[in-house]
Structures are given as C-alpha cells and as structure tokens.
Design a protein around this ligand. Sequence first.
Ligand code: SF4
Ligand code: SF4
Length: 583
Amino acid sequence: MPRIAIVHKEKCNPQGCGGYLCIRLCPVNRGGHDCIFIDTDKKVKIDEKLCTGCGICPNRCPFGAIDIINLPEQLERPIHRYGRNGFHLYNLPVPMFGKVVGVLGVNGIGKSTAIQILAGVLKPNLGQDAESDPKALINFFKGSEAQIFFEKLRKGEIKVSYKPQQVDLLPKSAKGTVLELLKKVDEKKELDKIAELLELKQILNTDISQISGGELQRVAIAATVLKKANVYIFDEPTSFLDIKQRIKIAEFIKHLANENTAVMVVEHDLLVLDTMADLIHLMYGKTACYGVVSLPKTARVGMNTYLEGFIRDENMRFRDYSIKFSPRPPLKSQKVFELTSWKNVKKKLGQFLLEAKDGTLHKSLTVGVLGENGIGKTTFVKMLANVLKYDSGEISKQIKVSYKPQNLSTESKELVMTVLHDAVQNYELQLVRPLGVKELLLKPMNSLSGGELQRVAIAHCLSQPADLYLLDEPSAYLDVEQRLIVSKVLRDIAEQRGCTLLVVDHDLLFIDYLAEKLLVFEGEPAKHGLVTGPFSMEDGMNHFLSHLGITMRRDKETLRPRINKLDSRLDREQKEAGKLYYT
Ligand code: SF4
Ligand code: SF4
C-alpha cells in the first residue's frame, strides 16, 4: 500500500517535546536505521521507504506535527509535492472547451496548487525533487484530456486568465479608480460592455480602496474576462455577493464557455455551482497532507456524490456520513411560545429608511434571513440585539441576545483559548469539536485566517447564555464542508437548548438546510428596506424568489434544492402554479 509521511514543519518543536521524541520512539530508528532524522532546519524528516506505518510517532508527537497516511492503492505518483514530507497532490482537474468545469472540495486540499499548475505558474515535479520537464508532464497524462491540454499549453496555444480567491487584497496591489484599473487590463476592448453586464458603471470613477467587498468581487471578475485568453479560471467568484448577484454572476460565467473558450470555477456555494457547472471534479484527501482530484462527473451526479461522501466508480469513501436534505417537516407544537415581537418599527440612517411592520419570533426556532446587500438586514438584527436604537415603533421584550457580527476583523492578540473559555468549559461536544476550534486554542486571535476566525466567532456567540442568537453571515470564508457542519451545529443547538436562532446568509442551500422559517427583506438597496415575515419556508421562499424571477425544485435523489433553468418546462409550470420553491 503506498504511504506518505507528512511533517507539518510549523508545528514541529523539538525542544518542546523534550528533544526529538519521535526519533527516540521510532522502532525503525531503535533498530539502528535512520527512518526519522534531523533535517537541515533542525526539524525532522521521515524516510517513507523505511517507515513501517506503525503509527507511534503521529500518536506521540505532542504538537500533532506528523501524519503517516496509507493511501488508496490506485494512488502511486503525485502530480506535485511540496518537498519530501510536504503536501502531495494527485491528478488534476482539466479545463474543457465549451464547458464550465467546477471544482469542489474543502480548503487546504490542493485547489490552488492545481489551478497554479493549469495556469502554468507552478511547474509540477511529479513527486520528484526537481521540476519535471514539459515532455514528462505530457507523458504523465498520456491518453487523457490533460495530455491535450498540456500539449497546447506547451505550444503556447493556451492562455489562462485567473481570478484569485482573495479579492479583498486587491486594494493593496492596485491603486487608482476602478476605471483606471480596468483600462489597464482591457485587452479585448470590451470595458463598456462588461461594466454594463456586471453593473459596474456607477462605481467606475470610485477609488478601488473605497468600494465594498461585493463590488471588489465584480471588478476582479471584470478584470479577468477583459484579458484575452481561452481558459478562464475563477477561484470563488461569489464570495461577498448577495443571492441576486450570485445568480447573475453564475449566468455570466456560464455564457463565457464556447468552443474556443474553457471555464473552470472553484466554488463553495453548492446551489450556485450546480447552476453554472456542466461538469464537476471532486477533491478529497486530508487537509494539508494530500489531495486527490476525482474524474469529472456531470454537475448533478458530482454534487450528489459529494453529499453522499462516497465516489462509487473509484470505490472511495471520503466522509463517514452522508449529508441529507429533507422536505420541510411541519413545525412542532412547542414552537408557539413567543420570544419577541415588533410593531411599526422605523429607523432612518442617512438616506436609508428601514421599516418593520409587525412580526413575531417564537422560541425553539431557526429562522433564515434573506435579502439583498444594503437592504437593512444587519440594521434590523442590531435593533433586536439592542445594539442600535430604533426611531419609532415597538419591540416587545428586552431579550438577552448573543450576536455574531458580519465583520470579524480583529487586531486582538488575545489567545483563542481565552475568547472561547465558556465554550471549552461547557460545550466541548456541542461546539468545540464539531467546529474544529480545538487546534486553534493556542493561537492569538490576530493570527487566524478568515475561516478560522469565523468558526471561533460562531463558537463564542453560541457559548454565551441568551434567548436569541443572531448570526450575521456565518457561511462567509467557510468551505462547503464547514458550512454543512455549521448548519448541523445550529440545528442541533436550536433543538437541544430550545432557543431561537436568527441566521442572515446569502447561501440559499445553507439556509434551506437549517431554517424552519424565513424573514424576507424587500425594497431598494441603500434607499428603503421593508422587513416581512417570518413566513413558513415555502411561503418565504416563494416571496423571495418572486423578486429574483427564478424557481427552484428538489433533486429527486438527495432532496437538495436546485435552480430551474430559466424558461424550462418546470420553470414555466412552477411560475404558473405560483409555486416557485420546489413542487
Ligand atoms: Fe518532537 Fe513532534 Fe517535532 Fe518529532 S515531530 S521532533 S515529536 S515536535
Ligand atoms: Fe517510525 Fe513510521 Fe512508526 Fe513513525 S510511523 S514511528 S516513522 S515507523
């Protein structure tokens, strides 16, 4: 069985373990061979050929710095590895002309490495110590679609344009107005057309440093497609966008693919990926250790396989449970006790007016909150939380609220352990373990990545005593697996503690998975917002989708929601019947 040994150098601390504990314990070393040895950087290195896979060193290293992994038989040679005991990537997703190819997998599984290889930015080493020559790479993929791709790349017939994941870093590297930036990259001379399509006209003369996350995302997409290329790769093109914009971007990206153009998309919003992709590669393995790219599947099969956690044709189980959706169960009778209610609440903020006519929140309930960006969702949430005062009207009860804000940036050097003191004391099984925050406990808050900070903020919010938990965009920065885990955590908490959860989010599948009722925000962004509901899921989604002009059905196999193709038979039938949200 092929085996890889991974040493997480950043965790290896030979002084902290009492002096190379792993070397002292390894039975092969004790037998007189150098299976584990000291590397030039004074950390350890492992000779995979000598290692018997006994499991002693990964279990005994106090810092979790070693992983010894027995790989599935079929995985022999990686396409790339970062050093002998570093991350290994097996296989590659392949762009196809005329198609949108999606890539689905957790963070740290090698998506960026794969994309950099496809873009020709990273020269793969095929598991060797030195970069491989282009011929060896072509031979490696002999007889597959990838062979044709790399032959074309070598001949210079492929030009890749790539939108990176972190658009929030754009203002650090680009200065000037949006127009100035886009002019610089406008090789196709289509600036006007693309600015119109991506609704950028109004911000063309605004400085890059002054625009919102959603606007930055659309500027980055525009900059990518204005370049002359025949392969376009988008790494997470919908982060920071509201659902209306997500659907527009999905349509835009879908229409880029033609016989001369291939498109590849990495995306964590399953509903949106399902809409735009023709084919999907799944990526599985172990975060920061190894990643495997599956063969491509049609979007529907790929998505269902992902939820199942088992790739049948490769006989590979990559999750020990499957993710199931269910048609909406009837509300349980205990959910009739009122928690709070509001009547004719008004709040003016500059030119923006928010109104909430009347509504009631019940106990033991998970409520999803939907609406466009800039329509007052966060403002309303803050008024319920008593963080912001309202101008007129009435909110019935002073309830105890625990609030997770949308913006999480922090300069605090406090340790995660201090912030999560209550969670660690009281909710080890309910929060700390499922949210994967245990390994972060010794890190300072200002050193966490976006996804880590999000999980810590969720754990902190839910560990506080409260009647109502308000979570503003908990799916931001999380990969698809983490989103589904968070949904499960939230549902379990509402069920077990009998509390009420209010969840503002733009990922509709995430909301469908966890919410029992919906609050819908209508109006015109930055001018007027109107709070309606809470509705039943069906009524709320009908209400919300009517503003978007789309309809949704449930997949027959997994019951997950899917967006109907515009003007398809189902789309027309559901619109005629007034049932925009699954039949
Ligand atoms: Fe010590 Fe762990 Fe590093 Fe081995 S891997 S030297 S046990 S810290
Ligand atoms: Fe040695 Fe391998 Fe056992 Fe680790 S797993 S102690 S390297 S034989």
